[in-house]
Design a protein around this ligand. Structure first.
Ligand code: SF4
Ligand code: SF4
Length: 177
């Protein structure tokens, strides 16, 4: 059975509206060495959150968020596996052994079962098996369509930013598949 131990990374990277806490800013209730200073009365999002490392027995101690420098947020019910990077450790997800595994997970885009999004310093990056597409800053909860354009050898990773009415606002294509 895993436990958070000294990790408090979700208390930094996650947005907690009930506390008016923005993403990537450490919660004022974090107490060094002892975790949450309002544990008994912490808001519901804090109570229910479980990061991907805690929920996945196969991920070893190297993947504990404070060690890895990012946390995994499983939102595959909404079509995303999210990587939230510690603002103090930019690029942490690109180190070995992490990037290769994260890229392997991104293969879900090929059967249209989801995609991997990396949130880092306000920017969004979509990970594909073929490479990454950096979208930049898109604001909270962008509506993204992630997949491919073309077929076979001519297939190219494609990301579209959609409006609430499914209008295509922006489009990004990888140079090669
Ligand atoms: S990121 Fe995961 S391991 Fe770290 S404190 Fe949050 S739930 Fe626990
Ligand atoms: S209230 Fe507690 S659990 Fe919630 S973000 Fe703040 S320190 Fe973390």
């Amino acid at each position: 059975m895993k436990s958070c131990g000294p990790c408090t990374l979700c208390c930094t990277v996650l947005e907690i509206p009930a506390l008016s806490k923005p993403a990537c800013q450490t919660c004022v209730h974090v107490q060094a060495g002892s975790g949450c200073g309002i544990y008994e009365t912490r808001p519901t999002p804090c109570r229910v959150f479980t990061c991907g490392w805690l929920a996945t027995p196969a991920l070893n101690a190297d993947w504990r968020p404070d060690v890895a420098g990012f946390l995994i947020r499983d939102e595959r019910d909404q079509g995303h596996l999210c990587i939230d990077v510690d603002p103090d450790r930019p690029g942490a997800w690109r180190r070995a052994p992490y990037q290769a595994q994260i890229r392997a997970w991104s293969a879900m885009v090929r059967d249209k079962s989801g995609c991997v999004l990396v949130y880092e310093a306000g920017d969004v990056t979509v990970v594909f098996p073929e490479g990454d597409i950096v979208l930049g800053s898109l604001g909270p909860e962008p509506r993204l369509l992630v997949g491919y354009q073309g077929k076979g050898d001519r297939r190219r990773p494609l990301v579209r930013l959609l409006s609430a009415s499914d209008e295509v606002l922006r489009e990004w294509r990888a140079p090669t598949a």
